[in-house]
Design a binder for this molecule. Sequence first.
Ligand SMILES: [Zn+2]
Ligand SMILES: [Zn+2]
Length: 448
Amino acid sequence: MADETQSGGGKPRTGFGVKAAIIIVLVVVVGAVVYQKQKARKEVSSQGAQAVAPRETTDPGMQAGQGMHRSETALPRLVDLGASTCIPCKMMAPILEELKKEYAGRLQVEFIDVWENPAAGQQYGIRLIPTQIFYDASGEELFRHEGFMSKEDILAQWKELGVSLTTANDPGFSRLNPLTSDTRPASSVCYMCDGDVEPRTCAALKTDKGDVFLCSPHCYFIVYSSLLDAKGVQEKVTVADWTRGKPLAAAAGVYLYGIDDSGRPTTKAFADKESALKERQASGGNILNWQMLQNKELATRCGFCDRAVYPEDAALVRAAGVYTYGCCPMCALGVAARTGKDIEVQVKDALTGELVYVKTTDGSISLLEPQTAVAWTGKKKTPDGQVVSAGCFKQAFFVNEANLKKWVEQHPSATGKMIGISQALAAKMKLTPQQISKACKIGECVPK
Ligand SMILES: [Zn+2]
Ligand SMILES: [Zn+2]
């Protein structure tokens, strides 16, 4: 097949025609054999049915059922019914795999082995294998095809059926100019997270180019862990005194360390221990010095870019049986690139908190749940018109496109574009080790 298509010209057509004829003959023969086998199995034993029954209900039964309740996933679906040992079915296998990867989040692809699950063949009413059935997003059957079907033919068929399969490479939704621009003065916007800089909890970092303002000591520690050279930076940090709002040298501060309702740490800085103890009576918590606070803040890191993270905010990653975090969903996928291992990633939908689950095998997605999940890659335009990453705080996953669009609507200043999860992973997999070692780092010197 590959040879024929590569040879070019008009020849492949005729070559393909002959091949197709052979395949169809094969299909008919194989189909007949399948039917015989199914009949034979049925006749073999009635106890056998008992043993097979649970599989039938969990396997083809579920899949067939999904076709009827498609409101949550709402994707067009291609079902291929075949068997692992039939030749044209085997030829379908890599095509199905390709479609699954390339159209993740756009098309649901299912393979049902009718030799393993004879009931499925009957359920779908197929006459021979392989048979491909095309369903629209509402679960309605649009078309079925018997015999081998090439990838090109499958894609052409969807087009003919009027079903658009915008690929992960061309998702067609983006916003590169914010609807509203940020009018807050620079000193009241956190350099790291864009949050408000509150006078009683903020931190500031002195640089050659002026002060960098941060909403909290936590955002300062993210900056600290993002610097390529953090030497001497500690002495240039001030934190706001919780009692008076006045800046004090961070290393000299006394810190009241608590936990808020969402499980995230809270940090209040004081100039002296008495003030900290007084506040502790009111709000509880533990008293730490700067070094102890730093040890805590830097203990948990992003498995891709090494930034300090709070687990409550991070994406959970499992690589070769070891748990780590991604400071953002993109970094979570990046763990596959950094470690070279197969990973599992769990990310909360930024709008609803529903879980998106990704599993990778050899740098590609092998499982995505739900299959409708999409990524928002936060991008911004630089003054000279270049489109660059907007940073870890601007990346998000969603269980479906509708959630993403709702979230973008709710965030008028957000800029970026929608991409497939497989595309997000591919972007990380193509990074060189050098690029990975500098990922998310803030320059050679202190922040701008
Ligand atoms: Zn911040
Ligand atoms: Zn990261």
